[in-house]
Design a protein around this ligand. Structure first.
Ligand SMILES: *Cc1c(COP(=O)(O)O)cnc(C)c1O
Length: 316
């Protein structure tokens, strides 16, 4: 397991590349939730999500160890992050995406000079292809969450929250493969264990929820949710033990609650976040957290929305 020292090291490695993102507040949501509500604005991060933190930590170390090529199997925020940092470091990157990958995401990867390779429709087809691509180019595959350097990079979000807000009581974090929450848990529980950390998943993608109930990594069938960053079918082998050890609570939100939260943030807070981020706001808005009169920080994990799809995410 990683320690908070790994997260301090990650911070040194990535500090020149990433933004120390601001904390936002909402008086209106604070009164709805009966808590003082804060938001860690990773949708304002380089490449539009926190994924650049872990990717930068991993790719910089790979470069130091002599790697001169990287690849990732992701059409989403992780693929963009790997393409961006590889380009910054002058290392070629190939991102393996599904055949039906969304054009705006593919274009974002291309804008960072990442080479696109289309392969299959599922991650079980893409991953072996990325392994081959790495071999063919004598390079390294950059995993999206199940890696100590990735987890440590994501954990820097936790360090910043501790420094930016006095007297944090509760931190609310979305869970996909669990890289973000396991990094934040390590940063927070090793520094100030009295702070509660609550995870959020969509009702339709509750693999970590089920795994915690079962006490072991448990797979669920492929899921459908508008929160496309949270569509994992099981937590990671490195992330799950950290989640299991430290998490205080895990709650679920429905698809319509995610849309209502996204709409609220856009309309009232004037911020564009993506559905995977909106789960934390939904958990607060719909009274899932079970805490009152506390300082609550929701992590807004990303803001990459295909503008063509925006209408489908908004409710009146
Ligand atoms: C990847 C991602 C998540 C989930 O992070 P994990 O480390 O996989 O748990 C949440 N929100 C956004 C915007 C993401 O890109």
């Amino acid at each position: 397991m990683i320690t908070v020292n790994d997260i301090y090291n990650a911070r040194e490695t990535i500090t020149d590349t990433i933004n120390n993102t601001p904390i936002l507040e909402s008086t209106q949501l604070s009164s709805i939730c009966k808590n003082q509500m804060f938001f860690k604005a990773e949708h304002l991060q380089q490449t539009g999500s926190f994924k650049i933190r872990g990717a930068t930590n991993k790719v910089k170390r790979a470069a130091q160890e002599g790697s001169s090529f990287v690849t990732a199997a992701s059409s989403g925020n992780h693929g963009q992050a790997v393409a961006y940092i590889a380009n910054q470091l002058g290392i070629p990157a190939t991102i393996v995406v599904p055949e039906d990958a969304n054009e705006s995401k593919v274009n974002a990867i291309r804008s960072y000079k990442g080479k696109i390779e289309k392969c299959g429709m599922t991650s079980s087809e893409r991953l072996p292809r990325a392994v081959e691509v790495a071999k063919e180019n004598n390079g390294m595959i950059i995993p999206p969450y199940d890696d100590p350097l990735i987890i440590a990079g994501q954990g820097t979000v936790g360090l910043e929250i501790l420094e930016q807000i006095d007297h944090v009581d509760v931190v609310v974090v979305p869970i996909g493969g669990g890289g973000l929450i396991s990094g934040i848990l390590t940063a927070i529980k090793e520094t100030k264990p009295s702070i509660k950390v609550i995870g959020v998943e969509p009702e339709t993608a509750k693999d970590t929820f089920i795994s915690l109930q079962e006490g072991k990594i448990t797979s669920i069938p492929p899921t459908i949710t508008i929160a496309d960053g949270l569509r994992t079918t099981h937590p990671g082998t490195l992330t799950f033990p950290i989640v299991k050890r430290f998490i205080d609570d895990i709650v679920l939100v429905s698809e319509v609650q995610i849309k209502q939260a996204m709409t609220f943030v856009l309309q009232r807070m004037k911020q564009l976040i993506e559905p995977s981020s909106a789960v934390t706001v939904a958990a607060a808005m719909f009274d899932k957290l079970g805490v009152y009169d506390k300082n609550v920080v929701c992590v807004l994990s990303g803001g990459n929305v295909d503008i063509q799809q925006l209408n489908a995410f908004i409710v009146q």
